[in-house]
Design a protein. Structure first.
Length: 334
């Protein structure tokens, strides 16, 4: 198990740093052991490392596991880092009976005044643009209640595709320390102000984390190590990051449109459309372009079988066995 930091914008993402997480029962002093670190502590240490290295980023974005922890948010503030973090729908504060006590309640009240797109009430229209070119209309609400507000150090924002129904899978409850553009705090804060559209855009980048689980963890084998030591896991993860770099390199060198791959001669009418490349390159195409680098044993055996039905010669057989066993690079065994 690990905690990772990921840099992302609308076009690309890349793993920046990673640290193994060791559960408390592996330490003599359990959770009180000086060497034990919680995931939250590792997370802000990774942010601290990024800040120290001068890695440019607009804000730290994370799910409600981090957003509901006061210590994590306080530490980010001490580092001078902006953040947009999710809150659980159950997030609430002390309040008098009859007053609004949570972002969810604020969204319910604002939803009662919702008419439609022409009569949005307190909701602001936000257009979300996706990498495949399609757009979705969402609505954002600035919560001004309890400890949150546009003039306060912390803001709460509700973003949803349907202000009246607040669908679970398309509703976000967010908190941020980025100042409101029209607030007095914006003039004195070192953090750049962010409107509702910017808050929603930033948290939308967290979807790259879910995408990385599919690509880095599942396809490239981030979590497929069969080792016990800390250094061996780090070496394995370095390999996965190298493989990921190969894929981005291949992605940047594959043709991006049909025009780039179209032959100069005119195709016969009956063959029109055959063999054409999709207009936009995809992750599977990039992965196939570097497959021989990522899976040498599989590809070497495949090439030999395509060349001959006989067993490989002794030299190639020895090479296959060494590659299959991981010998020669000692990334797993030592």
């Amino acid at each position: 198990m690990s905690v990772t930091s990921l840099w992302a914008d609308e076009g690309v993402y890349y793993p920046v740093d990673f640290e193994p997480y060791t559960p408390a029962h592996h330490f003599e002093g359990y959770r009180n052991d000086p060497d034990f670190r919680t995931k939250l502590r590792i997370a802000w240490e990774l942010v601290e490392l990024a800040v120290g290295r001068g890695v440019p980023f607009r804000a730290v974005v994370a799910d409600s596991f981090y957003g509901d922890d006061e210590g994590f948010k306080r530490r980010l503030g001490e580092l001078g880092a902006g953040y947009v973090l999710a809150l659980k729908p159950s997030h609430a504060w002390w309040h008098k009976i009859g007053d609004i006590g949570s972002p969810w309640e604020a969204a319910l009240v604002a939803g009662e005044d919702w008419g439609d797109g022409r009569r949005p009430g307190d909701w602001m229209k936000v257009v979300r643009s996706f990498r495949d070119g399609h757009e979705e209309t969402w609505w954002a609400l600035e919560v001004d209640a309890g400890p949150y507000g546009p003039e306060r150090d912390r803001r709460a924002v509700v973003a949803t595709a349907d202000p009246r129904e607040l669908p679970e899978k398309k509703t976000w409850f967010l908190t941020s320390n980025l100042p409101h553009p029209d607030s007095e705090r914006a003039a004195r804060s070192e953090l750049s102000p962010a409107g509702l559209a910017e808050i929603v855009r930033l948290y939308g980048l967290r979807m790259w984390v879910e995408q990385s689980y599919k690509q880095v963890k599942h396809v490239l084998g981030w979590s497929d190590y069969q080792v016990r030591s800390d250094i061996a896991m780090r070496r394995h993860w370095q390999l996965a990051c190298c493989a990921f770099t190969f894929c981005w390199w291949a992605y940047g060198h594959l043709p991006a449109s049909l025009e780039e791959t179209a032959p100069t001669e005119t195709l016969p009418a009956e063959s029109a459309g055959r063999g054409e490349r999709r207009p936009t390159v995809s992750w599977p195409e990039a992965l196939r372009a570097v497959r021989a680098c990522l899976e040498p044993w599989i590809m070497l055996r495949r090439y030999w079988r395509a060349f001959s039905g006989k067993p490989p010669p002794s030299g190639l057989k020895a090479l296959l066995e060494r590659v299959f066993a991981g010998e020669g690079i000692y990334l797993y065994a030592r």
